[in-house]
Design a protein around this ligand. Structure first.
Ligand SMILES: Nc1ncnc2c1ncn2[C@@H]1O[C@H](COP(=O)(O)OP(=O)(O)OP(=O)(O)O)[C@@H](O)[C@H]1O
Length: 378
Protein backbone atom coordinates (compact mmCIF):
# COMPACT_ATOMS: atom_id res chain seq x y z
CA UNK A 1 0.00 0.00 0.00
CA UNK A 2 1.30 3.45 -0.84
CA UNK A 3 0.42 6.58 1.03
CA UNK A 4 1.52 10.16 0.94
CA UNK A 5 3.57 11.21 3.93
CA UNK A 6 2.17 13.90 6.16
CA UNK A 7 4.67 16.62 6.94
CA UNK A 8 6.16 16.12 10.39
CA UNK A 9 5.15 19.49 11.77
CA UNK A 10 3.90 20.09 15.30
CA UNK A 11 0.70 21.55 13.82
CA UNK A 12 -0.04 18.21 12.17
CA UNK A 13 -0.60 16.49 15.50
CA UNK A 14 -4.18 15.99 16.60
CA UNK A 15 -6.13 18.45 18.72
CA UNK A 16 -5.06 18.83 22.33
CA UNK A 17 -7.36 17.39 24.94
CA UNK A 18 -8.29 14.38 22.82
CA UNK A 19 -6.05 11.83 24.55
CA UNK A 20 -7.45 9.95 27.52
CA UNK A 21 -5.88 10.56 30.93
CA UNK A 22 -4.01 7.81 32.75
CA UNK A 23 -4.02 6.87 36.42
CA UNK A 24 -0.44 7.90 36.93
CA UNK A 25 1.54 5.61 39.22
CA UNK A 26 4.42 6.19 41.62
CA UNK A 27 7.55 4.19 40.78
CA UNK A 28 10.12 3.61 43.53
CA UNK A 29 13.56 2.03 43.40
CA UNK A 30 15.01 1.12 46.80
CA UNK A 31 18.73 0.28 46.98
CA UNK A 32 18.69 -1.48 43.62
CA UNK A 33 21.86 -3.25 42.48
CA UNK A 34 22.26 -5.27 39.31
CA UNK A 35 25.24 -6.98 37.67
CA UNK A 36 25.72 -8.76 34.38
CA UNK A 37 28.31 -11.44 35.10
CA UNK A 38 31.18 -9.37 36.55
CA UNK A 39 29.91 -5.93 35.39
CA UNK A 40 28.03 -4.00 38.07
CA UNK A 41 25.63 -2.01 35.84
CA UNK A 42 23.52 -0.46 38.63
CA UNK A 43 24.87 0.13 42.15
CA UNK A 44 22.61 0.84 45.11
CA UNK A 45 20.22 3.21 43.33
CA UNK A 46 17.28 4.67 45.25
CA UNK A 47 14.93 6.88 43.28
CA UNK A 48 11.26 7.82 43.25
CA UNK A 49 9.18 8.95 40.29
CA UNK A 50 6.10 10.83 41.50
CA UNK A 51 2.69 10.31 39.85
CA UNK A 52 2.48 12.46 36.72
CA UNK A 53 6.17 13.33 36.83
CA UNK A 54 8.48 13.20 33.82
CA UNK A 55 11.97 12.17 34.89
CA UNK A 56 15.00 11.76 32.65
CA UNK A 57 17.74 9.26 33.43
CA UNK A 58 20.76 11.06 32.04
CA UNK A 59 24.37 9.99 31.79
CA UNK A 60 27.13 8.79 29.49
CA UNK A 61 26.98 5.54 27.56
CA UNK A 62 27.22 2.47 29.78
CA UNK A 63 26.30 4.22 33.06
CA UNK A 64 23.32 1.91 33.68
CA UNK A 65 20.34 3.94 32.44
CA UNK A 66 18.82 1.25 30.25
CA UNK A 67 19.38 -1.39 32.91
CA UNK A 68 17.45 0.71 35.43
CA UNK A 69 14.59 1.07 32.95
CA UNK A 70 14.56 -2.66 32.17
CA UNK A 71 14.42 -3.42 35.88
CA UNK A 72 11.26 -1.28 36.25
CA UNK A 73 9.76 -3.00 33.21
CA UNK A 74 10.46 -6.45 34.67
CA UNK A 75 12.86 -7.37 31.87
CA UNK A 76 15.73 -7.75 34.37
CA UNK A 77 15.59 -8.98 37.93
CA UNK A 78 18.08 -7.11 40.14
CA UNK A 79 20.33 -8.99 42.57
CA UNK A 80 19.47 -6.64 45.42
CA UNK A 81 16.93 -3.99 46.33
CA UNK A 82 13.23 -3.49 45.69
CA UNK A 83 11.06 -1.90 43.00
CA UNK A 84 7.57 -0.70 43.93
CA UNK A 85 4.62 0.58 41.93
CA UNK A 86 2.24 2.67 43.99
CA UNK A 87 3.88 1.29 47.12
CA UNK A 88 3.39 -2.37 46.10
CA UNK A 89 6.59 -4.36 45.53
CA UNK A 90 6.85 -5.72 41.98
CA UNK A 91 10.43 -6.91 42.54
CA UNK A 92 12.00 -7.85 45.84
CA UNK A 93 13.82 -10.82 47.33
CA UNK A 94 10.64 -12.95 47.17
CA UNK A 95 8.34 -11.46 44.51
CA UNK A 96 8.76 -10.85 40.81
CA UNK A 97 5.73 -9.56 38.91
CA UNK A 98 6.13 -10.30 35.17
CA UNK A 99 6.25 -7.36 32.71
CA UNK A 100 2.72 -7.81 31.34
CA UNK A 101 1.19 -7.60 34.82
CA UNK A 102 2.96 -4.40 35.91
CA UNK A 103 0.81 -1.89 34.00
CA UNK A 104 3.88 -0.15 32.57
CA UNK A 105 4.24 1.00 28.97
CA UNK A 106 7.46 0.53 27.05
CA UNK A 107 8.87 2.53 24.19
CA UNK A 108 12.35 1.70 22.96
CA UNK A 109 14.61 3.43 20.47
CA UNK A 110 13.76 1.17 17.55
CA UNK A 111 10.04 1.75 17.23
CA UNK A 112 9.49 -2.02 16.89
CA UNK A 113 6.15 -1.80 15.13
CA UNK A 114 4.93 -5.17 13.85
CA UNK A 115 5.51 -4.99 10.08
CA UNK A 116 2.70 -7.40 9.22
CA UNK A 117 0.04 -5.47 11.20
CA UNK A 118 -1.68 -2.27 10.07
CA UNK A 119 -1.05 0.93 12.00
CA UNK A 120 -4.44 0.56 13.70
CA UNK A 121 -3.71 -3.08 14.63
CA UNK A 122 -0.29 -2.06 15.96
CA UNK A 123 -1.86 0.57 18.23
CA UNK A 124 -4.70 -1.74 19.32
CA UNK A 125 -2.20 -4.52 20.10
CA UNK A 126 -1.90 -3.55 23.76
CA UNK A 127 -5.69 -3.62 24.24
CA UNK A 128 -6.14 -7.36 23.93
CA UNK A 129 -8.44 -7.57 26.95
CA UNK A 130 -10.89 -5.14 25.37
CA UNK A 131 -13.78 -5.84 22.98
CA UNK A 132 -12.63 -5.47 19.36
CA UNK A 133 -14.81 -2.46 18.51
CA UNK A 134 -13.96 -0.60 21.72
CA UNK A 135 -10.23 -1.28 21.16
CA UNK A 136 -10.49 0.07 17.59
CA UNK A 137 -12.22 3.22 18.85
CA UNK A 138 -9.51 3.81 21.47
CA UNK A 139 -6.77 3.16 18.91
CA UNK A 140 -8.36 5.61 16.44
CA UNK A 141 -8.54 8.25 19.19
CA UNK A 142 -4.85 7.80 20.04
CA UNK A 143 -3.91 7.92 16.35
CA UNK A 144 -5.98 11.08 15.91
CA UNK A 145 -4.11 12.66 18.79
CA UNK A 146 -0.73 12.00 17.18
CA UNK A 147 -2.10 13.25 13.86
CA UNK A 148 -1.95 9.91 12.05
CA UNK A 149 -5.50 8.56 11.90
CA UNK A 150 -5.36 8.87 8.10
CA UNK A 151 -2.74 6.09 8.18
CA UNK A 152 -4.85 3.65 10.23
CA UNK A 153 -5.05 1.07 7.43
CA UNK A 154 -1.46 1.57 6.20
CA UNK A 155 1.46 -0.70 7.10
CA UNK A 156 4.54 0.56 9.02
CA UNK A 157 6.87 0.53 5.98
CA UNK A 158 4.73 3.26 4.35
CA UNK A 159 5.48 5.70 7.17
CA UNK A 160 8.52 7.91 7.75
CA UNK A 161 10.71 7.47 10.84
CA UNK A 162 9.00 10.37 12.61
CA UNK A 163 5.56 8.99 11.83
CA UNK A 164 6.52 5.51 13.03
CA UNK A 165 7.79 7.04 16.24
CA UNK A 166 4.43 8.76 16.74
CA UNK A 167 2.60 5.48 16.14
CA UNK A 168 4.84 3.85 18.75
CA UNK A 169 3.90 6.66 21.14
CA UNK A 170 0.18 6.15 20.43
CA UNK A 171 0.63 2.41 21.02
CA UNK A 172 2.45 3.04 24.30
CA UNK A 173 -0.18 5.40 25.73
CA UNK A 174 -3.36 3.71 24.52
CA UNK A 175 -3.53 1.12 27.35
CA UNK A 176 -3.09 4.09 29.76
CA UNK A 177 -0.09 2.67 31.59
CA UNK A 178 0.62 3.82 35.13
CA UNK A 179 4.22 4.53 34.11
CA UNK A 180 5.64 4.99 30.65
CA UNK A 181 9.25 3.82 30.26
CA UNK A 182 11.04 5.34 27.24
CA UNK A 183 14.56 4.46 26.11
CA UNK A 184 16.15 7.08 23.83
CA UNK A 185 12.83 7.44 22.00
CA UNK A 186 13.99 10.27 19.73
CA UNK A 187 17.51 9.14 18.90
CA UNK A 188 16.56 7.73 15.49
CA UNK A 189 15.18 11.07 14.27
CA UNK A 190 17.09 13.87 12.57
CA UNK A 191 17.58 17.11 14.48
CA UNK A 192 14.68 19.15 13.06
CA UNK A 193 12.20 16.32 13.41
CA UNK A 194 13.51 15.41 16.85
CA UNK A 195 12.65 18.85 18.25
CA UNK A 196 9.06 18.82 17.03
CA UNK A 197 8.35 15.18 17.95
CA UNK A 198 9.93 15.72 21.37
CA UNK A 199 7.88 18.84 22.09
CA UNK A 200 4.65 17.17 21.05
CA UNK A 201 5.48 14.04 23.03
CA UNK A 202 6.01 16.22 26.08
CA UNK A 203 2.65 17.92 25.50
CA UNK A 204 0.97 14.53 25.14
CA UNK A 205 2.57 13.15 28.32
CA UNK A 206 1.41 16.21 30.25
CA UNK A 207 -2.07 16.05 28.70
CA UNK A 208 -2.51 12.40 29.64
CA UNK A 209 -0.89 13.07 33.04
CA UNK A 210 1.43 10.12 32.54
CA UNK A 211 4.32 9.28 34.84
CA UNK A 212 7.25 8.84 32.49
CA UNK A 213 10.84 7.71 32.97
CA UNK A 214 12.90 8.57 29.94
CA UNK A 215 16.47 7.51 29.17
CA UNK A 216 18.70 9.92 27.31
CA UNK A 217 22.39 10.73 27.00
CA UNK A 218 21.56 14.22 25.68
CA UNK A 219 21.59 16.96 28.35
CA UNK A 220 19.63 19.37 26.14
CA UNK A 221 16.89 16.77 25.71
CA UNK A 222 16.80 16.14 29.46
CA UNK A 223 16.59 19.88 30.15
CA UNK A 224 13.70 20.28 27.72
CA UNK A 225 11.69 17.25 28.82
CA UNK A 226 12.25 16.59 32.49
CA UNK A 227 10.53 17.82 35.62
CA UNK A 228 13.56 16.28 37.36
CA UNK A 229 16.79 14.81 36.04
CA UNK A 230 18.53 11.79 37.58
CA UNK A 231 22.18 12.12 36.62
CA UNK A 232 24.02 8.78 36.60
CA UNK A 233 27.67 7.77 36.41
CA UNK A 234 29.18 4.27 36.55
CA UNK A 235 25.96 2.68 37.80
CA UNK A 236 25.36 5.23 40.54
CA UNK A 237 22.95 8.10 40.97
CA UNK A 238 25.15 11.21 41.15
CA UNK A 239 22.55 13.95 41.46
CA UNK A 240 18.76 14.23 41.36
CA UNK A 241 16.94 17.51 40.90
CA UNK A 242 15.22 19.96 38.60
CA UNK A 243 17.05 20.94 35.41
CA UNK A 244 17.71 24.34 36.98
CA UNK A 245 19.16 22.84 40.17
CA UNK A 246 21.55 20.63 38.20
CA UNK A 247 22.65 23.60 36.10
CA UNK A 248 23.03 26.03 38.99
CA UNK A 249 24.27 23.70 41.76
CA UNK A 250 26.17 20.79 40.20
CA UNK A 251 27.53 18.37 42.83
CA UNK A 252 30.93 17.98 41.21
CA UNK A 253 33.02 19.00 38.21
CA UNK A 254 31.82 16.15 36.01
CA UNK A 255 28.18 16.95 36.76
CA UNK A 256 28.86 20.59 35.84
CA UNK A 257 30.67 19.62 32.63
CA UNK A 258 27.72 17.51 31.55
CA UNK A 259 25.61 20.64 30.98
CA UNK A 260 28.13 23.31 29.92
CA UNK A 261 31.52 24.02 28.43
CA UNK A 262 33.93 25.55 30.92
CA UNK A 263 37.20 27.38 31.23
CA UNK A 264 39.14 25.39 33.84
CA UNK A 265 41.79 26.80 36.13
CA UNK A 266 43.81 25.03 38.79
CA UNK A 267 44.42 26.97 41.99
CA UNK A 268 45.13 26.64 45.72
CA UNK A 269 43.04 27.72 48.67
CA UNK A 270 44.32 30.63 50.73
CA UNK A 271 42.39 31.31 53.91
CA UNK A 272 39.00 30.25 52.52
CA UNK A 273 39.42 31.87 49.13
CA UNK A 274 40.91 31.12 45.75
CA UNK A 275 42.93 33.74 43.87
CA UNK A 276 42.97 33.49 40.07
CA UNK A 277 43.95 35.86 37.23
CA UNK A 278 40.17 36.30 36.74
CA UNK A 279 39.47 37.28 40.34
CA UNK A 280 39.01 36.00 43.86
CA UNK A 281 36.39 33.32 44.53
CA UNK A 282 35.16 31.55 47.67
CA UNK A 283 36.61 28.11 48.35
CA UNK A 284 34.37 25.13 49.28
CA UNK A 285 33.77 24.95 53.02
CA UNK A 286 36.19 22.84 55.03
CA UNK A 287 39.19 23.10 52.72
CA UNK A 288 42.48 23.97 54.39
CA UNK A 289 44.86 26.57 53.02
CA UNK A 290 47.07 24.95 50.40
CA UNK A 291 44.39 22.52 49.19
CA UNK A 292 44.22 22.17 45.41
CA UNK A 293 40.97 23.17 43.72
CA UNK A 294 39.53 23.35 40.24
CA UNK A 295 37.82 26.60 39.23
CA UNK A 296 35.23 26.18 36.45
CA UNK A 297 33.99 29.30 34.63
CA UNK A 298 31.33 29.19 31.91
CA UNK A 299 32.28 31.11 28.74
CA UNK A 300 28.95 32.99 28.95
CA UNK A 301 29.94 34.15 32.45
CA UNK A 302 32.92 36.12 31.12
CA UNK A 303 32.08 39.75 30.29
CA UNK A 304 34.26 41.87 28.03
CA UNK A 305 34.04 45.65 28.07
CA UNK A 306 36.09 48.54 26.84
CA UNK A 307 36.00 50.22 30.29
CA UNK A 308 38.92 49.60 32.64
CA UNK A 309 36.92 47.85 35.33
CA UNK A 310 38.31 44.33 35.34
CA UNK A 311 41.41 42.36 34.38
CA UNK A 312 43.14 43.24 31.13
CA UNK A 313 42.76 40.67 28.34
CA UNK A 314 44.24 40.52 24.86
CA UNK A 315 41.89 39.14 22.16
CA UNK A 316 43.65 36.55 20.00
CA UNK A 317 40.75 35.10 18.03
CA UNK A 318 37.02 35.64 17.40
CA UNK A 319 34.70 33.00 15.98
CA UNK A 320 31.21 33.97 14.82
CA UNK A 321 28.66 31.22 15.59
CA UNK A 322 25.45 32.92 14.46
CA UNK A 323 23.57 33.53 17.70
CA UNK A 324 26.79 34.23 19.62
CA UNK A 325 30.54 34.65 19.15
CA UNK A 326 33.40 32.86 20.87
CA UNK A 327 36.20 35.23 21.84
CA UNK A 328 39.60 33.77 22.81
CA UNK A 329 41.72 35.86 25.20
CA UNK A 330 45.10 35.85 26.85
CA UNK A 331 45.32 37.17 30.39
CA UNK A 332 48.34 38.10 32.42
CA UNK A 333 49.33 35.30 34.79
CA UNK A 334 47.62 32.57 32.76
CA UNK A 335 49.34 30.15 30.42
CA UNK A 336 46.15 28.82 28.83
CA UNK A 337 43.83 31.10 26.84
CA UNK A 338 40.30 31.79 28.14
CA UNK A 339 37.13 31.67 26.05
CA UNK A 340 34.24 34.10 26.41
CA UNK A 341 30.85 33.57 24.77
CA UNK A 342 29.21 36.84 23.78
CA UNK A 343 25.97 37.87 22.15
CA UNK A 344 25.08 41.15 20.46
CA UNK A 345 26.78 43.46 18.02
CA UNK A 346 29.60 44.79 20.19
CA UNK A 347 32.07 41.96 19.78
CA UNK A 348 35.74 42.94 20.12
CA UNK A 349 38.13 42.14 17.28
CA UNK A 350 41.36 40.14 17.37
CA UNK A 351 44.24 42.35 18.54
CA UNK A 352 42.10 44.50 20.86
CA UNK A 353 42.76 44.83 24.57
CA UNK A 354 39.60 44.51 26.66
CA UNK A 355 38.55 44.54 30.27
CA UNK A 356 37.46 41.15 31.63
CA UNK A 357 34.99 40.60 34.48
CA UNK A 358 33.32 37.40 35.64
CA UNK A 359 29.70 36.75 36.66
CA UNK A 360 29.86 34.68 39.81
CA UNK A 361 26.76 32.59 39.12
CA UNK A 362 28.77 30.96 36.31
CA UNK A 363 31.73 30.04 38.54
CA UNK A 364 32.14 26.78 40.50
CA UNK A 365 35.02 25.75 42.73
CA UNK A 366 35.56 22.06 43.49
CA UNK A 367 38.25 20.22 45.44
CA UNK A 368 40.77 18.45 43.20
CA UNK A 369 39.67 15.09 44.51
CA UNK A 370 38.00 12.07 43.02
CA UNK A 371 35.21 12.05 45.58
CA UNK A 372 32.05 14.04 44.76
CA UNK A 373 32.04 17.35 46.59
CA UNK A 374 29.64 20.17 47.31
CA UNK A 375 29.91 23.25 45.12
CA UNK A 376 29.77 26.70 46.59
CA UNK A 377 28.53 29.88 44.96
CA UNK A 378 31.82 31.62 44.30
N1 LIG B 1 22.99 -7.98 28.58
C1 LIG B 1 24.16 -7.54 29.06
N2 LIG B 1 25.18 -8.38 29.31
C2 LIG B 1 26.35 -7.95 29.81
N3 LIG B 1 26.62 -6.65 30.10
C3 LIG B 1 25.65 -5.76 29.87
C4 LIG B 1 24.38 -6.14 29.33
N4 LIG B 1 23.60 -5.03 29.21
C5 LIG B 1 24.37 -4.00 29.64
N5 LIG B 1 25.59 -4.42 30.04
C6 LIG B 1 26.68 -3.59 30.61
O1 LIG B 1 26.14 -2.93 31.75
C7 LIG B 1 26.58 -1.59 31.81
C8 LIG B 1 25.38 -0.66 31.79
O2 LIG B 1 24.72 -0.79 30.55
P1 LIG B 1 23.39 0.02 30.20
O3 LIG B 1 22.95 -0.42 28.83
O4 LIG B 1 22.42 -0.10 31.30
O5 LIG B 1 23.93 1.52 30.16
P2 LIG B 1 23.35 2.80 29.42
O6 LIG B 1 23.68 3.93 30.31
O7 LIG B 1 21.91 2.59 29.08
O8 LIG B 1 24.22 2.86 28.11
P3 LIG B 1 23.80 3.26 26.61
O9 LIG B 1 23.44 4.71 26.67
O10 LIG B 1 25.05 2.99 25.84
O11 LIG B 1 22.66 2.36 26.24
C9 LIG B 1 27.51 -1.41 30.62
O12 LIG B 1 28.82 -1.62 31.08
C10 LIG B 1 27.10 -2.50 29.67
O13 LIG B 1 28.18 -2.90 28.85
Amino acid sequence: MTTTSLPDQPGQWGPRGTAAATFAARLSYEHVTHSYQDVEAVSDVSLELAPGEIMCLLGPSGCGKTTLLRIAAGLERPQAGRVLLDGEPVTDERRFVPPERRGVGLMFQDYALFPHLTILENVAFGLKGMARQAAATEAHNALRRVGLDAFAEAYPHALSGGEQQRVALARAIVPRPGVLLMDEPFSGLDQRLRDSVRDETLALLKETRSSALLVTHDPVEAMRMADRIALMRRGRLVQLGTPEALYRQPVDADAARFFSDFNELEARVQRGAVMTPLGRFSAPAGLESGAEVLVLIRPQGIRLTAAREGHAGYVTNVRFLGDASLVTLLLEGMEEPVTARMRGAKIPAAGETVSVTVEREHVFVFPQAEAPARSVPA
